[in-house]
Design a protein around this ligand. Structure first.
Ligand SMILES: NC(=O)c1ccc[n+]([C@@H]2O[C@H](COP(=O)([O-])OP(=O)(O)OC[C@H]3O[C@@H](n4cnc5c(N)ncnc54)[C@H](O)[C@@H]3O)[C@@H](O)[C@H]2O)c1
Length: 317
């Protein structure tokens, strides 16, 4: 799917990943960012304010008239806007259905009505649920998400696939491991840094030792891998795992955060969480994605999980 020289609608542009993607896309494209600022912030993209290749529209994907108006003239969509808070689904069963599934349906309907053909979608490792195949390849199935967030993203993938086959569109779906790096506003590394800034002597950790064991990767690898794979993709509907080649435990993350913040003898206090090391219901215990498909195209991440976490701590402090 060609990217260069296009007019792109980028939803979620004022968020963590969206703002970095905007930085990369404006090099060769016109980018119209679209964000309701529910978790995003204008500061994330204010350095692009004077860039003629970028505009930020503050609006909701659920506002179908506005969405269609702003999409008009764009020939490609990067759809990142979503509620990414996995934990929420256990207490609010509607939020991911509305913010992720309905929002994606609105995007697809606007594309169908306007004749926009190409969409890149940010999905997640949580669509796999708890697999007994690790590293997990894109071809793994049946997919059995254990969180409502994972279920919503899998539903989005299914809708996108059906629209592509029914209305002659093309899509690339990225199933991300945990993305970390500058401008992150959520996730375990961010959470630990903030807690330790408040109290450098003790750290509350969700779960039980050593916590979940997952793969983390740096935002620079995330953007680089996305653009690389999208350019190479020539299928109607294509899927790529994107992550680092290893995984680390929550306890190791805590150790890295303390080390990088120059803290010693921090007392860890584990909450017990949802059993088997999980921090909460719907938290996957072990996750590492096979990135062989991207490797076979000639792409590799620059950083492993520990390096990505260490760099993130430095960028947040
Ligand atoms: N960060 C990760 O580790 C990770 C992992 C897997 C998948 N993802 C996916 O990547 C995408 C970006 O995630 P992120 O970490 O940057 O999250 P984020 O919360 O920083 O970004 C999401 C952005 O979407 C905007 N938004 C949400 N609902 C909207 C709506 N209805 N209309 C308009 N804008 C809306 C928010 O204001 C925010 O700026 C999401 O789709 C997420 O599910 C992220």
């Amino acid at each position: 799917m060609k990217i260069k020289g296009r007019k792109i609608l980028l939803t979620g542009a004022a968020g963590f990943i969206g703002s970095h993607l905007a930085d990369a896309l404006v090099e060769d494209n016109y980018v119209k960012g679209y964000d309701n600022l529910s978790s995003g912030k204008i500061e994330m993209v204010e350095h692009l304010e004077d860039n003629d290749s970028f505009d930020l529209i503050i609006a909701d994907v659920l506002d179908t008239d506005r969405l269609k108006k702003e999409m008009e003239g764009c020939d490609m969509v990067f759809h990142l806007a979503a509620n990414p808070d996995v934990r929420l689904g256990a207490s609010d069963t509607y939020v991911h259905l509305e913010q992720n599934v309905l929002a994606t349906y609105n995007i697809l309907e606007a594309m169908r009505e306007l004749g926009t053909k190409d969409i890149v979608f940010t999905s997640t490792s949580t669509v796999y649920g708890e697999t007994d195949v690790i590293p997990t390849p894109e071809s793994f199935g049946p997919l059995e998400p254990i969180s409502l967030y994972g279920a919503s993203k899998l539903s989005c993938e299914a809708l996108i696939s059906a629209y592509c086959h029914t209305f002659n569109m093309k899509s690339v779906h990225f199933r991300f491991a945990n993305v970390v790096g500058p401008r992150s506003t959520h996730g375990v590394t961010y959470d630990f840094v903030k807690k330790l800034e408040d109290d450098p002597h003790k750290l509350e950790i969700l779960g039980s030792p050593p916590g979940t064991i997952k793969s983390y990767f740096h935002i620079s690898d995330c953007i680089d891998g996305m653009l690389y794979a999208t350019e190479k993709s020539d299928k109607k509907v294509d899927y790529y795992n994107l992550g680092s080649e290893d995984s680390i435990s929550v306890k190791e993350i805590a150790d890295i955060v303390c080390r990088e913040m120059g803290l010693e003898d921090v007392q860890y206090s584990w909450t017990g969480g949802a059993g088997d090391g999980r921090g909460w219901k719907g938290d996957v215990k072990a996750m590492r994605l096979s990135i062989d498909k991207l490797n076979s195209l000639g792409w590799k991440p620059k950083y492993n999980s520990a390096e990505s976490i260490a760099q993130t701590v430095l960028s947040l402090t």
